[in-house]
Design a protein around this ligand. Structure first.
Ligand code: MSP
Length: 514
């Protein structure tokens, strides 16, 4: 994937039974960071998100709200678009499964599976969880406090008996295992891949892929009484947005296969069912499925019933967007579970942003304003040593960032950049330009120049996580807007002495806890 000139990244599509919360914001944010990084790195990117609007769960939620399903979906889907605006996601498209382009793709995929002999008609008898939109085998169930049967996730299950079409998933065990062997990077993190493999090794049952007991979904072609199982419908979104069934469509040819980013709870659908469906239809499986972990709130599982759902809109309102984006991406190794706590948030933001990066910029820019006439200082007295400290190793930093992000290790990419921030802080503390103001003003200018140039490079590299704040920082350095991509990192585009700078302002104020 690393050398490809195009990059396709998708978020899961979000159920519209509920309003957006921090979990949704997190998945999309990670995708946004990866998409922005690739764009800055000269890669043609397609970043897709959207909403999953069919199935029993949504139908029930609409009924509970006393609304027609379509009107209900229109309303809730809009809140996810709103979240996208508030979080500053740079998605290129937003797909809704109630759109015609999507229904057409689902039906075409179904027909392909049928033509290729992978579907048969039968009867489903078994357990179903509407909350999880998942069929469960008897052995998977657990016992609730009152002795009732529950899904392994704790969701209620109901016994279902109805005519159904089945996908012959049982025939895919060997083919999937072979595919996994041949594609060792198909699922990340590795531990999750092992879970997938052992699930498949345990044997696969045919999968019920249509329902007859409700209406809200895509009709099975030629069998209007059957509605497609919401997961076959939902997964198809990743290719319907590319123009499937037209496999010659420009987007499809350019971007498929892509990276499907998901939470760990929906990995099985993406790493087992999805590649099987695609291979059965003669389409390539995704290039990678990355499963990230889950957030808890102050140590507790996030749930509506506990009333501890973290509202991303409120968080942004209180702390500012880029602080929220930075915290979510930096605090927890991407792929692990993580805990959201107010004190950890404040500690992280005050430490990394206000103290480390913010102070560095503040110190350097206010000295330039005061002592260099508000212009980029002269670099005449710069030494080889100044350059060596960090300017000369930016290529190494860039390739380090690329490596981390090609394996979706977003936290490591940030910690690599913050090593650069620490180096720059150390440099300015050691060189003490404030002592040089009188003694050696030329040298002071060189030190401030070097620091400002380091800030320019770090700000360019940190744009994917904090696009607004880093743009402001680059504005403070008068870096032309069209010179902020990774090709502009090097000496050819270095700051030009004498360039007038705007009045410096603090970019990352300290958060006062109350
Ligand atoms: N509609 C399906 C996905 C279909 S994709 C073809 C779905 N939707 S969802 O709205 O329930 O969840 C979307 C994503 O949010 C999942 O990736 C899930 O892991 C993520 N999160 C939900 N709660 C979360 C946390 N508390 N923490 C982190 N992410 C979590 O599943």
């Amino acid at each position: 994937m690393a050398d490809k000139k195009t990059f396709y990244i998708t978020t899961p599509i979000y159920y519209v039974n509920d309003v957006p919360h921090i979990g949704h914001a997190y998945t999309s944010l990670a995708c946004d960071v990866l998409a922005r990084f690739k764009r800055l790195d000269g890669v043609e990117v397609m970043f897709l998100t959207g909403t999953d609007e069919h199935g029993q769960k949504v139908e029930k939620a609409a009924a509970a709200a006393g609304m027609e399903p379509q009107t209900f979906c229109d309303k809730v889907s809009e809140t996810f678009r709103e979240l996208g605006k508030v979080m500053n996601y740079s998605n290129d498209d937003f797909i809704r499964t109630t759109e015609q382009r999507h229904k057409k793709a689902c039906q075409a995929l179904w027909q392909k599976l049928e033509q290729n002999g992978h579907i048969y008609k039968g009867k489903y008898e078994g357990w179903y969880s509407v909350r999880d939109e998942t069929f469960y085998g008897e052995k998977e169930l657990i016992e609730g406090q009152g002795g009732e049967k529950l899904a392994p996730t704790g969701a209620a299950v109901e016994w279902v008996e109805e005519p159904s079409f089945f996908f012959k998933l049982s025939e895919w065990q060997d083919k999937l295992l072979k595919f996994y062997d041949e594609n060792p990077g198909f699922v990340l993190p590795k531990t999750r891949f092992n879970e997938v493999k052992s699930f498949v090794k345990g044997g696969l049952r045919d999968l019920s892929i249509s329902r007859t007991s409700f209406q809200w979904g895509v009709p099975v072609p030629g069998h209007k009484d059957h509605i497609m199982y919401v997961w076959i419908d939902a997964l198809t979104n990743y290719i319907s947005a590319l123009g499937y069934p037209d496999e010659q469509a420009e987007k499809f040819r350019k971007f498929w296969p892509g990276l499907n980013m998901v939470g760990k709870d929906i990995l099985r659908f993406h790493a087992v069912y999805w590649p099987a469906f695609l291979m059965a239809a003669g389409v390539a499986p995704p290039a990678r499925v990355f499963a990230h972990g889950w957030w808890t709130n102050e140590g507790q599982k996030i749930s509506k019933s506990l009333g501890n759902v973290i509202d991303p809109f409120e968080l942004v309102e209180e702390f500012g967007l880029d602080a929220v984006r930075y915290f979510l991406m930096r605090e927890v190794p991407f792929g692990n579970d993580g805990d959201f706590s107010r004190s950890a948030f404040i500690h992280r933001i005050n430490g990394d942003l206000a103290n480390d990066f913010g102070n560095l910029a503040q110190r350097c820019l206010s000295m330039i304003a005061k002592n260099c006439g508000g212009k980029i200082p002269s670099n005449q007295d710069m030494t080889g040593d100044d350059k060596k400290q960090f300017l000369d190793n930016y290529e190494k930093i860039l390739s380090g960032c690329r490596n981390w992000l090609d394996s979706q290790q977003i936290h490591n990419y940030l910690s690599l950049l913050w090593e650069g921030v620490s180096d720059a802080n150390l440099y300015i503390s050691n060189e003490q330009p404030w002592v040089l103001t009188k003694e050696d003003p030329k040298r002071m200018e060189a030190v401030l120049y070097t620091t400002a140039e380091a800030i320019r490079r770090l700000a360019i590299l940190a744009q994917p996580v904090m696009p607004d704040a880093m743009n402001k920082m680059l504005d403070l350095l008068s870096v032309p807007e069209e010179q902020r991509t990774f090709v502009h990192l090097g000496d050819d585009f270095a700051l030009k002495p004498g360039t007038p700078l705007p009045e410096p302002v603090a970019i990352f104020p300290r958060i006062q806890d109350h």
